[in-house]
Design a protein around this ligand. Sequence first.
Ligand code: MN
Length: 236
Amino acid sequence: MMRVLMTSLLSIAISQPVLAAFELQPLPYPATALQPAIDAQTMTIHHGKHHKAYVDNLNAQIKTYPELDKMSVEQVLAQISKYNPAVRNNAGGHYNHQLFWSLMAPTGQTGEPSAALLERIKADFGSMDEFKKQFNAAATSRFGSGWAWLIVNPQGKLAIGSTANQDNPLMDIAELKGQPILALDVWEHAYYLSYQNKRADYAAAWWSVVNWKTVNQLFAASAPQSSSTRSSSEQP
Ligand code: MN
């Protein structure tokens, strides 16, 4: 009896810190900061309830997969096919939301696209307007819940697409693969209080709070290897 008690106490002592491997960071601005594009109540519920649930549910999976405790969420996503749907949904949900908060900023603090990014947008989409049009088309045409993405694909080009549920382009199972540099949450929980069924209005208003400083940084960091390295590594 005593031994059973000791063992369970010990396991509690050991497992407690392990179960908080993934952390919910605070929003990088007040919940009111993105108004009127995104209302404060939506931000509070979205971050404090929805994102928190993804983090809590991902941490709960450490019981099933102890190795998750030592992995970054990006490492988990890169081999998501090894895991159950709970890890897929919640690791995706945690990464996507953490990225999403960082991709928005209050009006006046959003910066603007860097010259390098603008050049690539023009090269890959024709113009900034055309890029936004295609991105919003991906956001509004995604059936049900999901995300719209701008990624740097493995060929080093910008590409637009969307994923269902909490999937994302870092997952080994994704059809659209690459490094995300911009993302829009098109789950109803992201916009319904202010926009109801008008997803297109939400997607249009959202551009006013896009944090180009973060997009520029992600774009710069995802620059492909030099073309000589690339082409030599791609030779058969
Ligand atoms: Mn969401």
